[in-house]
Ligand binder design. Sequence first.
Ligand code: ADP
Ligand code: GLC
Length: 466
Amino acid sequence: MNILHISAECYPLAKVGGLADVVGALPKYLQALNTNSSVIMPYYNTAFTKKNSFKEVYKNTLQLGNTSFEYSVLLLPKNVLGFDLFCVNIPNLLYQDYVYSNNDTERFLAFQIATLDWIITLDKKPDLIHTHDHHTGLIPFMISECYKYEVLKNTPTVLTIHNAQYQGWFSHDKVGLIPPFNFNNVGLLDWNGVINPLASAIKCAWKVTTVSPSYMEELKQKANGLENLLSHEKNKCLGILNGIDSKVWNTETDNYIIKKYSIKTSKSGRQANKKWLCKEFNLDINKPLFAFIGRLVGEKGADLFPEIFLNALKNKDLSILLLGSGHKETEEKLINLKSNDNFNAYIGYDEKLSHIIYAGADFLLMPSRVEPCGLNQMYALRYGTMPIVNKIGGLKDTIIDINDNGYGICHEGVTVDNVHKAIIRATNFYKNQTKYTENSKEMMSIDNSWHNSATEYLNLYKSLKQ
Ligand code: ADP
Ligand code: GLC
């Protein structure tokens, strides 16, 4: 079976969040299950594209409404990442040093059209097309409705929803950017009077998955306007929990971290990483270190961080370190909080630092209001850092509270008070170092790798095979 993933992000070429990690890992694990799996994404100007040489495999001109763009399809062969990585290069439009911007309707439509224009020229076409999130959400519609892609009409399509908050809405004024189709079916593009690529993909894809089973259930109640659509389409929807790439996220081989360690040597290894963090960020190594890594947005509870941290820091016996960026107002408040001795923050994106934090922090905070899956808590488990999570979405599906014979700390609902109580439970737990270390080793032995979830995807693909 030949699976083609179409995505805006893929690690290590371009990563904004967990979407990149998933698209960079799932194909590798499918390959291991003897399923040929490749990825096509936009060609951006990133450190990775500068460093690696790609081979041009196709060249043409695409039509976006009245504008034409020259483009090429580039290939990074399997031996580099473990799967074929194809990229669509549209100079000036896609080839930028950012992934997302304010003309994404045009950018991602051009990407999707270029991709389908190329696929129809292939001798060996994919057996199944797997699209991810709204950026590639018009693919299922174009395959089933656009005249020029008629040859792909019987190719099954799968949509994975990584985050239903963002839907890629644009006005019907721009419908002419989509290649000609039977206008009687224009309703398949629409949701509430605008073109909604995510809604369109939910309607047109053969199967729809979310990145955790709990998130699928939650979406039927609250999906930024798509609740009724998801309830209506429930028979083709299912939740498959993300895994992690345990080859990339491996404390024994991770070149980013200060000291590598195994379960056996985790106490000293983790201590060495904590020592580096505390020195670098001027924090006291003898205090439990709480960390946050991620986007500073409402979904992650970030607007409450300044208050949550201020409250927690009244207890002088703990430290907090934050790595992230997002809403400017929150960033500013967090920068001001740095005047507190026990708090520090790196406002920005830093892959290496994130790995050291997973390896050296004692607790990872995830007071998310919405978390379709969440990968951070699984990286924390694998590196021996205890997660503190709000019990929703994928967090609910992956973290069991220590009081329920589990290994993490869960709270229900995101309020300053709830998170504060969870932090108090954590500091009390930390006082018994023997128990803390035992728990840390137990977390490291949990297998959250992609193997099981890749098998679930494979079963889904097989169920759609003609
Ligand atoms: P989301 O995709 O919603 O942002 P996930 O938990 O699925 O959340 O994945 C986030 C990914 O991005 C993880 O790999 C995390 O380590 C990484 N990440 C997020 N923010 C940063 C940052 N500022 N620096 C480095 N890595 C980050
Ligand atoms: C999204 C979600 C996150 C999930 C990631 C990968 O960005 O917000 O919860 O882990 O996609 O599926």
